[in-house]
Write a protein that binds this ligand. Structure first.
Ligand code: FEO
Ligand code: CA
Ligand code: CA
Ligand code: CA
Length: 601
């Protein structure tokens, strides 16, 4: 019967049991190492980590905080080396500074936090005979991008009046990137990264009197008085009363060229402004770039962008310049989904409808293309800067928190992690529908869709739920039709990636089953489709991010270990990675088969 025999190639390891161990646990027969931790020096002149005497200057040359997205790029002329790019989403000041007073941060603390945000580019060296990776400090390509690094705006809204500030009257140059969550690696060798919960950095929305402005701020979750970190005390641009447009300069997809450490990174206005979880590119058959994007908020949407121009092959400066302009011009779409089962069969409890599947069809609704708006009552610039409002008007489908999205390199089918939505079905909130079928959805689901004709630029798609997450013993869960007594429990899917065999790997954030977050692999095709197998778990308080699966190793970012209500440097919720009495530190971990074979073989 189904479920007998060996797991899919690439997933042949002994699954890790769900647990609450304050450690990274990996399958039997696997080794692991901490590749790089918060505070390790990467740039020339940066000092060793000394948390009690940390400075902003030191931090600007060291690996940042809360690593999320990871990618490894080839370094062809350097044997055994790759270039690691990591996002640093946010800072946990309570775990960074002993005696931290959230009501009265010091300027130095704020500036350390600015320098701990952003991205790190750092060369890593493979250790011989294991899958371990070690940083190569002072490598010529090592780079830190922080909350104060200059960026340029590109695309149709660059220079818009909505982006102009007193520091930048032309609306074309902005300092820094914030809350970089997940991202993507482009086929032309650059890195995309999503600015997600930028709302938390801006103060005094409650003092904004203009009703239209207040409404747009609220739609983006920009509310209240003092901001969480009080950066407005040290830089006016974080005060909405003093600099009304600065907030419009965050919430974009950025692009970084890691091979050119002197390049100015970009913010792409053509890809719209929302709480960008990630940005995953692929190519059409004629070489145009398509980028899938999720907006991580309860009842928000997922999107795609299709470029006008096609990618060119080659490595000349001309080709590189051309490819770096691909995301400047194109069309931005939002997804609208319909179910194929009668509405009354969607009971909010997760019972499968009579046709045996949560499935249906979808359309990509155009929002804007270049200077042209497809949304009544909004200019194209307004569509780009207030994309959520445009998508509201376009009748997009309200999803259960769209996080990462990734097309399978094997089948072309695309996977959307919908992490959870405990507000689904509540009074005054959207009711369950076939794509988001559970009320008070604690565990999330993974949606699979196929573009019509496998054309990434198509305006139509078909979809079905691949996983309805939770405890397999809960009748309201579904694992692609695989026998549920043989799968690992999974809850709150967040980041996704593929291995070379076409298996989907899913990291989780917020596991609502009582054990720690982790990383899972699952076959998407063949007789093992839906067989979820847990590969690792992370320490207390952490979420699992940035998964990457190479032939020899699995890489994860352990984000915010020790985070918990009331936690502090003096009383952290975790002793990872360096043991009791040491600062808890977000870090990147590699895990590999000790016998020198390939992962999952
Ligand atoms: Fe930063 Fe949606 O996770
Ligand atoms: Ca159906
Ligand atoms: Ca995430
Ligand atoms: Ca998350």
């Amino acid at each position: 019967r189904k479920g007998r025999g060996k797991p899919a190639k690439g997933l042949r390891f002994s699954p890790v049991e769900p647990n609450t161990t304050d450690a990274v646990t990996v399958p039997e027969g696997y080794g692991q190492n901490v590749v790089i931790r918060w505070g390790e020096p990467i740039l020339r002149g940066a000092p060793d980590f000394d948390p009690a005497r940390q400075t902003a200057k030191a931090q600007a040359g060291q690996f940042g905080y809360n690593n999320d997205f990871l990618t490894l790029l080839p370094l062809r002329s350097e044997r055994g080396r790759q270039l690691l790019v990591a996002n640093h989403e946010y800072t946990n000041e309570e775990l960074m500074f002993a005696g931290y007073d959230p009501k009265k941060p010091t300027r130095e603390q704020a500036e350390i936090a600015w320098a701990a945000h952003g991205l790190s580019v750092v060369a890593v060296q493979e250790e011989r005979r294991t899958g371990a990776l070690r940083p190569v400090p002072r490598h010529a390509l090592n780079r830190r991008i922080t909350a104060t690094t200059p960026f340029e705006f590109t695309g149709p809204a660059a220079g818009s009046a909505l982006l102009r500030t007193s520091a930048d009257p032309r609306g074309r140059r902005v300092l820094g990137t914030l809350n970089n969550c997940a991202g993507g690696t482009t086929p032309w060798g650059t890195v995309l990264s999503g600015e997600e919960n930028f709302n938390q950095y801006f103060a005094n929305a409650e003092k904004v009197t203009d009703a239209d402005r207040a409404a747009t701020l609220k739609r983006y979750g920009v509310v209240g008085g003092a901001s969480q970190r009080r950066w407005e005390d040290f830089d006016d641009r974080f005060d909405l009363v003093k600099e009304p447009n600065e907030v419009h300069r965050f919430g974009w997809v950025i692009e970084v060229d890691p091979y050119d450490p002197d390049s100015t990174p970009r913010k792409h206005t053509a890809l719209g402004r929302f709480k960008h979880e990630a940005a995953q590119p692929r190519l059409t058959r004629d070489g145009r770039a398509v980028v899938y994007m999720g907006d991580d908020e309860r009842f928000d949407y997922f999107y795609k962008f299709v470029s006008k121009k096609a990618m060119r092959r080659g490595t000349s400066a001309d080709v590189r310049r051309h490819n770096l302009s691909l995301l400047d011009e194109g069309t931005l779409y939002v997804a609208r989904l319909s179910g194929d089962s009668p509405r009354d069969q969607i009971d909010g409890g997760g019972t499968l409808p009579e046709d045996g599947e949560f499935d249906g069809t979808g359309r990509w609704i155009p929002l804007a293309s270049g200077d042209r708006s497809f949304v009544k009552g909004m200019t194209a610039e307004e569509v780009y800067v207030f994309t959520r409002l445009a998508a509201d008007k376009a009748g997009a489908t309200k999803m259960d928190r769209p996080e990462d999205i990734e097309p399978s390199p094997r089948t072309g089918r695309v996977y959307v992690a919908l992490t959870n939505n405990t507000d689904r079905g509540k009074d005054g909130k959207a009711a369950p529908d076939e794509a988001n079928p559970r009320n008070a959805n604690k565990h999330g689901q993974v949606l699979e869709f196929a573009e019509r004709g496998d054309d990434p630029a198509s305006l139509r798609f078909t979809w079905r739920l691949f996983l309805v997450c939770g405890d397999p013993e809960d009748p309201a869960t579904y694992f692609g039709g695989f026998p549920k007594d043989q799968v690992s429990p999974i809850s709150c899917p967040d980041n996704v990636t593929f291995d070379a065999y076409g298996n989907l790997w899913i990291s989780t954030d917020g596991n609502a089953l009582g054990s720690h977050d982790g990383l899972f692999g699952v076959a998407t095709s063949g007789p093992r489709r839906g067989e979820v197998r847990q590969f690792l778990t992370v320490p207390a308080g952490a979420e699992t991010c940035g998964p990457l699966v190479q032939e020899r190793r699995v890489l994860v970012a352990v984000q915010h270990p020790g985070e918990s209500d009331g936690a502090s440097v003096e009383n952290p919720a975790s002793a990872w990675p360096d043991g009791p009495g040491k600062y808890v530190r977000p870090a990147v971990v590699a895990a590999w088969p000790k016998d020198g074979s390939s992962v999952g073989r």
